[in-house]
Design a protein around this ligand. Structure first.
Ligand code: CUK
Ligand code: CUA
Length: 621
């Protein structure tokens, strides 16, 4: 394998050229042992048939708009769950419920998944995610691994690092990557500093109705808001977000957003913000309650940090937050306690847009600079409170002690890791054991599939000296992932009968086709190995309509038997839905093409699956 040097911006290239001669790259490639995994490594990742993985890994699918579910330590891909993009494998985006949730969008960019938490620990109930591409947020129910709600987030563009949730899932916060004028109205870019805003949204989750809801928004200065984390324990009421482009550049950001030596971390007290909203300290904008920090004072502070930071992570004890500067080799450990003191004594060094700035020296605990490590991005933790930081440019994971800043261990990864994830590594009680590096470049790791390669995920055993013991390709493009103890997730085996659902029928005798003018409602059944749409018809598996009819098909799978899923497709009608065991699903469409169209079940469900067919006949006008 050849040494891999990532292409970086011109600015960074100079910095790199100066440091590359330290020899880190060449020593890295020589030390590389990934292909030399031993038999005992293989045994560690081997999960025998009949046994199951210890952890679930939920990896965001980036611009695939989906979530990838893996098992750890086997690193087997178990499932892809569609979230923001349609998926014909599961009929997602075709049936009425998911179609409505997706609205007009046919893709999404899912960067950061976040599990629901109770007392700062994953509770295994829900998974939240946001869409950087089309400004949405979603919630997935982990009983069924299906998305229950998607909301559009106005006044914002590219909610990047969410969702990050507070200790008891009181809020998920959605910082925005791009600043835009409020209401996304047209405003000339010359008025950027005056008219554009970086809006952060505070979203609550109504568990009873599985609905997301925007409680309030904050109109922050027109910067880019990046990674974020909620406080824990002593800092539970607080949250932190990194920023870049505090230069407020409107073009050529590669150069122009990297001018200032310092950007900021936004430190905010969400309990105080919620109280301000309760006290009427907001303006109504676009139907949202908007806090303007220059008018509505309190709750938000800025901490200067090394230029253009990317990641910020709170330690498991909640005492510190660690910022990583992608253009600086150093990590900075900040103390919440020191920040609270500085706020109490009003030790401010000016303000930006009315937001008080804390002094760097009064909040900083220590600067950490692992030798020859370049491009620190994101940090995770183990059960001893040790930190693991990905180094994008020097292509490694570095283990270090937040209490001393001492480097403890490091391992090369192939190549250029963005995030990594350790077992429950961002909770109040990380498990240690495993860490997965989410690498942006696989390069020569796998069989070639042309000029573009998959990304790679590498499993690192962190129980002793760090060692990469498995490497698997993955579709574009995991940004962040979370790893949860498998026994925390309690899935259901079949959907229970829902007698209140008027679209559901559970007996063959109830299958019927109801005509009302040009509206046709089908109440049908799917079972091994047939469809029944109209029990009284001499051909119960046939639906006959007139050209132009509005057709609604409600289909219930009456096989209450785990894993017996049926599909429903009509040839050439561009539709395919799925009904899982016991589930009722609805698809609505216009019969705008006259002709004869076979119906068939898309999921192989029994020895007679091929016979599970019917006809959709459309009589011409
Ligand atoms: S981002 Cu992609 S590597 Cu969206 Cu968390 Cu840092
Ligand atoms: Cu039902 Cu195949």
């Amino acid at each position: 394998m050849k040494a891999w040097v990532p292409i970086t911006s011109g600015l960074l290239a100079g910095f790199l050229a100066a440091t590359i001669s330290f020899g880190n790259f060449s020593s890295r490639t020589e030390n590389k042992t990934v292909s030399g995994s031993t038999k005992s490594d293989a045994e560690k990742v081997y999960v025998p048939f009949g046994k199951q993985d210890e952890y679930y890994l939920f990896a965001s699918g980036g611009h695939s708009g989906q979530m990838f579910i893996y098992g750890v330590p086997s690193m087997r891909h178990i499932r892809t769950v569609p979230v923001f993009s349609p998926d014909s494998a599961t009929g997602y985006g075709f049936d009425e419920h998911s179609k409505k949730m997706m609205g007009d969008y046919t893709w999404g960019d899912l960067h950061h998944p976040a599990f629901s938490e109770t007392n700062g620990d994953y509770d295994g109930k829900y998974m939240f995610a946001t869409d950087v591409g089309n400004s949405r947020a979603a919630v997935m129910d982990l009983k069924t691994f299906t998305v229950k709600d998607i909301i559009n987030v106005p006044n914002t563009s590219g909610p990047h690092c969410a969702a990050f949730v507070t200790e008891n899932t009181e809020y998920l916060f959605l910082p925005t990557r791009f600043s835009v004028p409020l209401g996304s109205k047209y405003e000339p870019l010359d008025d950027y500093s005056k008219k554009y805003r970086g809006v952060m949204s505070a979203v609550t989750f109504d568990e009873k109705n599985t609905k997301l809801n925007i409680e309030y928004q904050v109109a922050l200065p027109p910067w880019s808001y990046d990674l974020s984390d909620a406080g824990k324990k002593v800092s539970a009421d607080w949250a932190v977000m990194t920023t870049y482009n505090t230069e407020e550049a409107t073009t050529n950001l590669e150069i122009n957003a990297s001018q200032a030596d310092r950007d900021y971390i936004v430190l905010f007290n969400w309990k105080e913000l919620a109280k301000m909203v309760k006290d009427g300290q907001y303006e109504e904008i676009d139907g949202q309650k908007m806090i303007f920090p220059e008018k509505h004072k309190g709750g938000i502070y800025l901490v200067p940090v090394a230029k253009s930071p990317h990641g910020v992570d709170v330690t498991p004890d909640g005492k510190y937050f660690i910022a990583s500067g992608k253009l600086a080799p150093a990590l900075t450990v900040f103390s919440f306690e020191k920040a609270f003191k500085a706020i109490e004594h009003k030790e401010f060094a000016g303000d930006r847009n009315g937001i008080p700035i804390l002094k760097y020296e009064s909040v900083m605990e220590r600067e950490v600079n692992p030798e020859n490590a370049l491009g620190p991005l994101h940090t995770q933790f183990d059960d001893q409170g040790m930190a693991y930081t990905t180094m994008f440019i020097s292509s490694e994971v570095v283990k270090w002690d937040p209490k001393t800043g001492k480097t403890l261990d490091r391992v090369p990864v192939q190549y250029s890791p963005g995030h990594s994830v350790s077992a429950e590594g961002d909770t109040v009680s990380p498990d240690g054991k495993w860490l997965v590096a989410l690498n942006k470049i696989a390069k020569d790791s796998y069989l070639s599939v042309g000029p573009s390669h998959p990304e790679s995920m590498q499993l690192i055993d962190i129980s002793g000296k760090m060692k990469v013991i498995q490497s698997v390709p993955v579709n574009p493009e995991p940004h962040y992932a979370q790893m949860i103890k498998a026994d925390k997730i309690k899935t259901i085996e079949v959907y229970e009968k829902d007698e209140k659902n008027q679209n559901a029928i559970y007996k063959q005798e109830q299958a019927k086709i109801v005509r009302n003018g040009n509206k046709v409602d089908v109440y049908g059944i799917a079972m091994r190995s047939k469809f029944i749409f109209d029990v009284k018809s001499k051909r119960p598996d046939v639906i006959e309509v007139n050209e132009g009819d509005e057709v609604t098909i409600h289909l219930t799978n009456i096989d209450f038997d785990e894993d017996i899923t049926h599909g429903f497709a009509i040839n050439s009608y561009n539709l395919n839905i799925e009904v899982q065991p016991g589930q009722t699903n609805t698809v609505k469409f216009k019969a705008d093409k006259a002709g004869t169209f076979p119906i068939y079940c898309t999921n192989f469900c029994s020895a007679l699956h091929q016979e599970m067919t019917g006809y959709f006949l459309v009589k011409p006008k």
